[in-house]
Design a protein around this ligand. Structure first.
Ligand SMILES: [Fe+2]
Ligand SMILES: [Fe+2]
Length: 207
């Protein structure tokens, strides 16, 4: 069977979105995975990566919370304790990604996506011990969760910039903050508000 990677990624993105919505009772904004993927795509643009590398890392961003549904199923079955939540979520996600046929090395990207630059994350890794793409995924993930994409654009963009500065060298590495600030504009923020916003067109640019 021939697998179309783009179609597969977006089917997965849609499914994860539906699961997150269902589980959170609508508290999580829909489109989390694709907005995280869009921000990651913008941040890696100056890194001179090959097209397969870019597509693979964008795919990882779309699927970064793939361990969520499995983790919640475990929680419902009372297998997991409160303190191990984030750790289990990244470990399950990393394990699932090992099953996917990516040619590019994606080891540790999902496993490290909740690590903080200062070592206060679930695995207590810090700085260069954290996968480089995971640093970027982490910042996109947190910004997406912190911003209200229905709120006032100027206020939200200001809030985003303040958060980046406040969290620099704590939650986020200096390099990740600088790649974010240099490559994600207010227009991007506006663009991600469109309820019909899709990554499909952007991925087609790579084929
Ligand atoms: Fe996550
Ligand atoms: Fe996430």
């Amino acid at each position: 069977m021939k697998l179309n990677v783009t179609d597969f990624l977006f089917a997965m993105s849609f499914a994860l979105d539906a699961v997150e919505q269902e589980i959170s009772g609508g508290k999580v904004q829909s489109g989390h995975g694709k907005r995280v993927a869009y921000m990651l795509m913008k941040m890696i643009q100056p890194l001179h990566l090959s097209v397969p590398e870019q597509v693979t890392y964008i795919g990882c961003a779309i699927l970064h919370d793939n361990g969520l549904a499995e983790y919640i199923r475990g929680e419902l079955e009372l297998q997991y304790t409160q303190s191990s939540k984030l750790r289990l979520h990244v470990e399950l996600g990393e394990k699932n990604m090992e099953l996917l046929p990516f040619d590019i090395d994606i080891k540790d990207i999902i496993l490290h996506h909740h690590e903080n630059a200062d070592g206060s994350g679930p695995l207590r890794l810090k700085g260069d011990e954290i996968n480089e793409i995971a640093h970027l995924l982490h910042i996109a993930d947190i910004v997406e969760l912190a911003c209200n994409f229905d709120g006032d654009i100027d206020l939200e963009f200001e809030k985003m910039k303040n958060m980046l500065e406040d969290c620099k060298n704590k939650m986020f590495s200096e390099k990740a903050v600088s790649l974010f600030e240099q490559n994600i504009t207010k227009d991007d923020s506006l663009f991600m508000r469109d309820e019909n916003f899709t990554m499909t067109r952007h991925l087609q640019n790579f084929s």
